[in-house]
Design a protein around this ligand. Structure first.
Ligand code: PLP
Length: 373
């Protein structure tokens, strides 16, 4: 129940990748037939991926994943605005955006944060009121911890009106909810294959035609001289196959939403002093984030792990120090409360029986942890 951390590689992706791992080993930049075969596969994947998000193929640039796409969009997006450029973002962004912003700040680029409410929603009107000069606005499509879907269509409309550059980190949204760059008006959009059943280490950045973004990685002339490095042919082909599958399953998301709602209802009914985090309506279908008051979430997570259940705790252990979630703090939870939260992220492959089992484990483990606290 930790699909938001990484989804297993789906069979369709693996099958599509196999020929490029075994036989078709050519470098897509080579002009001999081995290279041309790899090139053809990459361009087919580019076309297909573009069609899923309402983009043109020449607006899709392959990267090593969400982190690179975010760093590229934020760093080079801000630089493209010139000396008086600045960045406006939200406090609940992924660290790939926040730390890229921190690096810009240390180089003297002004970075400001819009507030978000208790549900994790950014107010587009606050964005409208925020700026006077050229700015890059970076607001995620869906939050990775609490699942809240941000009003990116409204934010995109404001950015178009003001002529601001708009980046959205759609790493958790692509493949989980409909994403369309025509509708949102995003200029830059980040995605990562391993979140929707593709392989790790591959993703893409959508760059709207006409947006001038310098390369983050310099070297060879790959990706129209925008992203150097030999293309990850198998990864790219696997990403397209996984996205095809995920897009096909978008129709089932009501089923997933009701499974998630049922799980939430049952947990709240059976385990006292449990509180949901995030927006109940504008939310990723598989995301459930709950606070078990008085129970340390890391202890709960470790107990569930011993039982073979994977979930995420609100305080992740980064480099040996348990770091409290900046997202949970930003929506108003105290440090102690943030340490009592678990994220469950389901997929349509989770079954009712699994959910039943997890709820029974949780009820037992939460009671024991609270008892000994
Ligand atoms: N952005 C969001 C919202 C994420 O959830 C993640 C991964 O957890 C990333 C960016 C980073 O993506 P990647 O793991 O492909 O570097």
């Amino acid at each position: 129940m930790d699909w938001a951390a990484s989804a297993p590689l789906c069979a369709e992706a693996l099958e599509a990748m196999m020929p490029y791992l075994r036989g078709v080993w050519g470098n897509a930049s080579s002009i001999h037939s081995f290279g041309r075969e790899a090139r053809r596969a990459i361009e087919e994947a580019r076309e297909e991926i573009a069609s899923f998000i309402g983009a043109q193929p020449d607006e899709i640039f392959f990267t090593s994943g969400g982190t690179e796409s975010d760093n590229w969009a934020v760093t080079c997006g801000a630089e493209s605005l010139g000396a008086d450029g600045r960045v406006l973002t939200s406090p609940i962004e992924h660290h790939a955006v926040l730390n890229a912003c921190a690096a810009l700040q240390s180089r003297g680029v002004p970075v400001r944060f819009v507030a978000c409410d208790r549900l994790g929603r950014v107010d587009p009107e606050e964005i409208r009121e925020s700026g006077f000069g050229p700015q890059l606005v970076s607001v995620m499509t869906a939050n990775n911890e609490i699942g809240t879907l941000e009003p990116i269509d409204a934010i995109g409309a404001i950015c178009r009106e003001k002529n601001w550059l708009f980046h959205t980190d759609a790493v958790q949204a692509v493949g989980a909810v409909p994403v369309n760059v025509k509708q949102s008006g995003a200029d830059l959009l980040s995605a990562s294959a391993h979140k929707f059943g593709g392989p790790k280490g591959v993703g893409f950045l959508f760059i709207r035609r006409g947006v001038k973004l310098s390369p983050l990685l310099r070297g060879g002339a790959q990706e129209h001289e925008k992203r150097a490095g030999t293309e990850n042919t198998a990864g790219i082909v696997g990403m397209a196959a996984a996205l095809r599958r995920a897009q096909g399953k978008l129709r089932d998301r009501e089923k997933l939403t009701s499974l998630r709602n049922e799980m939430q209802r049952e947990i709240l009914r059976r385990i006292p002093d449990t509180f949901p985090n995030g927006d109940m309506e504008q939310r990723l279908p598989g995301n459930l984030n709950l606070r078990f008051a008085g129970a340390d979430a890391e202890a709960l997570m470790l107990r569930l792990d011993l039982r073979g259940v994977a979930v995420s705790a609100g305080a992740a252990c980064a480099s040996g120090t348990p770091e409290v979630s900046h997202v949970l703090r930003a929506i108003g939870l105290s440090e102690k409360e943030a340490r009592e939260c678990l994220r469950f992220s389901l997929s349509e492959e989770n079954t009712r029986e699994e959910i039943e089992k997890v709820i029974a484990f949780l009820a037992e483990d939460a009671a024991q942890i609270r008892h000994t606290a």
